[in-house]
Design a protein around this ligand. Sequence first.
Ligand code: S3P
Length: 192
Amino acid sequence: MDSEFTQNITRRLDKPLVLTGLSGAGKTRLGRRLAGALGLDFVDSDEEIEKAARCSVSEIFEKFGEPYFRDGERRVILRLLDGGVRVISTGGGALMTKETAGAVWRDAISIWVRAELPVILERTARTNHRPLLRGDNAEAILKKMMHERYPVYEQADIVVESHNGPAQAILNQTLQKLDDYLRRPRDDKGAA
Ligand code: S3P
């Protein structure tokens, strides 16, 4: 993608870009590259929660439980949405909190980063920092999450297919879809 193409996208953005999707879909990796290509700042909601709590996501789950984490996540994402045009990557469960989802649908351009189950399994098996995916039943948990969360993710403005191919190809796909989205008339910007 040439810089004129990306600059032309950045010029038309009037809302932050929010990346959503399951763990291991590649939100953070794509988010950083997308921000770089568009000349925007990048923030990750989990990192912001960790900074605010001064401990890791795993520790928050262990010490205070998931509802406490979700409440902190909601507050952090509402604050990030208020920070102007930038790229925000969110934790996979963030949009299951109604208020968080409502704010994202309203105040951001949402991008669902979708990956196939085997890709997600392979990527998430390499790390151990996700409290909900520990243990040997990760596949069953991910299938359940797909069932519960896909109807929500599907409401995103844009859907990007995250495969094991070159990161540049996924970035180009995202930029192209973003450009298409921004060309659509305002009241036609419902589905992806
Ligand atoms: C979660 C996903 C994680 C993190 C937390 C809960 C989820 O973020 O927010 O462990 O509910 O799916 P990633 O999607 O970045 O792994």
